[in-house]
Design a protein around this ligand. Structure first.
Ligand code: LLP
Length: 423
């Protein structure tokens, strides 16, 4: 019953004259008071909802969701997704290690990455992952040599660079020929023809991934269609492919604008791949994790900026959430304990020693004072995963809220933790 009356995820709770930002039934102010700031807070309900929306959209079409760990690989989050039936896409041997610690089996791991070292390749082969997504002819040759040495056929997927413009931010578009990713289509077709004769390589799939935060279906559909068409040609030649891997990339709405729904996205992909009858592997990261997280921070200082606007200096910045500084990304910022809207003009900045450390430009908010708590929304993906120790700032604590209770899933780092690595 309690579940039915408690909306999932982040929402504002109005109670007489009080207005509070709440996560899965728990006021963020309560968590911030107990754990301090800056702090990542995640909604288990939102993670489940987002995963299940994509999963259900396949409507019985065979598929596997390989959550992209790079979006957020905090152990408890990886475990929660594993419990839902997820598999993973890992981008380094270290992400594979985290996946194994979270309980994923080798057959649930695909290994992608544009610069996998010989050591990383060897350990993935020895482990026997579901597939290594190969990014070049050179990498394929290195894998073949490892397979020969270990006396086993290496399961590979070839990542094709389809020369498709994802029309996302240039720093996170990966599908154009000028990008460093994958094997260009012409070269891939030739490379694929060599595979039949190479007995230490088993081709299991074709892989594409054209970028991230993609907000129109067209590039995603075209990339999937290309992967499916190449797969169909290979099937005709007798290659026993096991699935088509169409990557990740579905965007989320950071600013309230329209983005494709999980249902429309999956329908488009299934449409493009169905003629092969092959199962679909999808590698969603952001679309599952982003809306499930908020970065909670405290106002340290307020000072004049122009005649009309002020700086709000908070205790989280590019070290905790790099996206605004790196991509000019927009994240909603709202006070945790007052109305979300207001009429003060603010530039919200972090404490780091450079002017790129702006978290929110040009925002209208109610009056904020030192000590007030704010939440930076949709920070569950590529937030904590990209945090750094610049200025010796400790990595923030992380909390998971589940069904009205919360727990610390990553304790705040200390300077002693940092110094323990140093002499
Ligand atoms: N598969 C591969 C091979 C990838 O490279 C990525 C993301 C994904 C799947 C997951 O994509 P998603 O569903 O999350 O869009 N740091 C950037 C995003 C970089 C994405 C890198 N690759 C950001 O903060 O926007």
């Amino acid at each position: 019953m309690a579940q039915a009356t408690r909306p999932a995820g982040f929402y504002r709770h109005h109670d007489g004259h009080r207005d509070a930002l709440v996560c899965d039934g728990v006021p963020l102010a309560e968590i911030a008071a107990a754990e301090g700031t800056p702090l990542y807070v995640y909604s288990a309900a939102t993670l489940r909802e987002r995963y299940q929306a994509i999963d259900a959209a396949f409507q019985g079409y065979p598929h596997a969701l390989h959550y992209a760990l790079k979006a957020n690989s905090t152990l408890a989050i990886a475990r929660l997704l594993r419990d839902l039936g997820s598999s993973v896409d890992a981008n380094s041997v270290w992400e594979i290690e985290v996946a194994r610690t979270a309980g994923f089996t080798p057959s649930q791991i695909v290994f992608t990455g544009v610069g996998k070292t010989p050591e990383e390749l060897e350990s993935a082969v020895a482990l026997g992952v579901k597939a290594i997504n190969v990014e070049s002819a050179g990498e394929l040759a290195r894998l073949e040599a490892i397979g020969a040495r270990l006396g086993r056929a290496v399961r590979v997927a070839i990542r094709i660079n389809p020369d498709i413009d994802a029309r996302s931010h240039p720093k996170i578009s990966t599908g154009l020929k000028i990008n460093k990713f994958g094997v260009p289509l012409d070269e891939a077709r030739q490379l694929l023809q060599t595979l039949e004769a190479r007995r230490f390589l088993t081709l299991v799939a074709i892989h594409v991934h054209v970028g991230s935060q993609i907000t129109s279906l067209d590039p995603l559909r075209r990339a999937a269609a290309l992967a499916a068409n190449v797969s169909a040609d290979l099937q005709q030649q007798g290659f026993p492919l096991e699935y088509v891997d169409v990557g990740g990339g579905l965007g989320v709405s950071y600013d309230g604008g329209e983005v494709p729904s999980a249902a429309d996205y999956v329908a488009a992909i299934v449409d493009a791949v169905r003629h092969t009858s092959l199962p679909i592997v999808l590698e969603p990261g952001r679309s599952i994790a982003a809306p499930a997280g908020a970065l909670v921070a405290r106002v340290i200082d307020v000072k004049a900026r122009t005649a009309e606007s002020e700086f709000i200096i908070i205790d989280a910045g590019m070290t905790e959430l790099m996206r605004p500084a790196l991509y000019g990304a927009f994240h909603r910022i709202e006070p945790v304990s007052a109305a979300a809207a207001g009429d003060r003009h603010y530039e919200i900045v972090g404490p780091v020693c450079e002017s790129s450390d702006v978290v929110g430009r040009d925002r209208m908010l109610p009056v904020l004072q030192p000590g007030d708590i704010v939440a930076i929304r949709d920070a569950g993906a590529y937030g904590s995963a990209m945090a750094s120790n610049y200025n010796r700032r400790p990595l923030p604590a992380e909390v998971l809220v589940d069904n009205g209770t919360w727990r610390v899933i990553k304790r705040r780092q200390t300077v002693a933790d940092q110094l323990s690595l140093e002499t």
